[in-house]
Design a protein around this ligand. Structure first.
Ligand SMILES: Nc1ncnc2c1ncn2[C@@H]1O[C@H](COP(=O)(O)OP(=O)(O)OP(=O)(O)O)[C@@H](O)[C@H]1O
Ligand SMILES: [Mg+2]
Length: 153
C-alpha cells in the first residue's frame, strides 16, 4: 500500500494542478504499476471532484482549499477529495442524468460511469472513488525451474 496527500488553493486554475498531481503520483508508484488507462481515468475523475469542490462548496472562497489523498494497492486506486461544507446546506454529491440540452450535471455521472465504487465521504465533506484493474502476477514464490538445456543430437 502507498498513500499520498496534498492540498490545493480553491481557485479554478487548480483543477488542472490537481489532475497533474494525481497523474504524476500514479506514474511513480513504487510497489505496483498503474496502467495508463487507469491513470488517465483517475485524472479525468479527479478534475470533476476538484471542480465541484470549488464550484459547490466553501473550498472555493478566497483563501480556502480542498485536499486530495490517494491510496494505491495492487489492482486498486482509491482517491478521496475533501472539501469544506457546501454553499447549499442541502447539497450533497449526487450523480444526475442531465437532459441533452442541460449545460451542467454531468461531472458525477462521469465518476459513476468510470469508477468501480464512488460516493460521498462518510465522515467529512467530499467524495471518494476507486478504480480497479487486474494486477500483474508477482514473481512465482516457488521459483519456476529454468528450462532444461537442449540436448545435442
Ligand atoms: N463536493 C460536493 N459537495 C456537495 N455537493 C456536491 C458536491 N459535488 C457535487 N455536488 C452536488 O451534486 C450535483 C451534481 O454534481 P455534478 O458534478 O454531476 O454536476 P455539476 O457540477 O452541477 O455540473 P458539471 O459537473 O456538469 O459542470 C451538483 O449540482 C451539486 O449540487
Ligand atoms: Mg460538477
Amino acid at each position: 500500500m502507498t498513500t499520498f496527500a496534498t492540498a490545493f488553493v480553491g481557485a479554478p486554475e487548480q483543477v488542472g494542478a490537481a489532475r497533474r498531481w494525481l497523474s504524476g503520483v500514479l506514474g511513480h508508484t513504487p510497489e505496483t504499476h498503474v496502467p495508463d488507462d487507469v491513470r488517465d481515468a483517475a485524472a479525468l475523475l479527479v478534475s470533476e471532484c476538484a471542480a465541484n469542490a470549488i464550484q459547490h462548496t466553501h473550498s472555493g472562497r478566497p483563501g480556502r482549499s480542498f485536499s486530495l489523498s490517494v491510496r494505491v494497492d495492487p489492482g486498486r486506486v482509491r482517491v478521496e477529495a475533501r472539501n469544506r461544507r457546501p454553499y447549499d446546506a442541502l447539497s450533497a454529491p449526487r450523480a444526475r442524468r442531465a437532459a441533452p440540452d442541460e449545460e451542467n450535471g454531468r461531472g458525477l455521472a462521469l465518476v459513476r460511469a468510470f469508477a468501480a465504487e464512488w460516493g460521498p465521504l462518510a465522515l467529512e465533506h467530499g467524495v471518494f472513488f476507486t478504480l480497479t484493474w487486474q494486477p500483474d502476477p508477482g514473481p512465482d514464490p516457488g521459483g519456476t525451474p529454468p528450462a532444461a538445456p537442449a540436448q545435442a543430437a
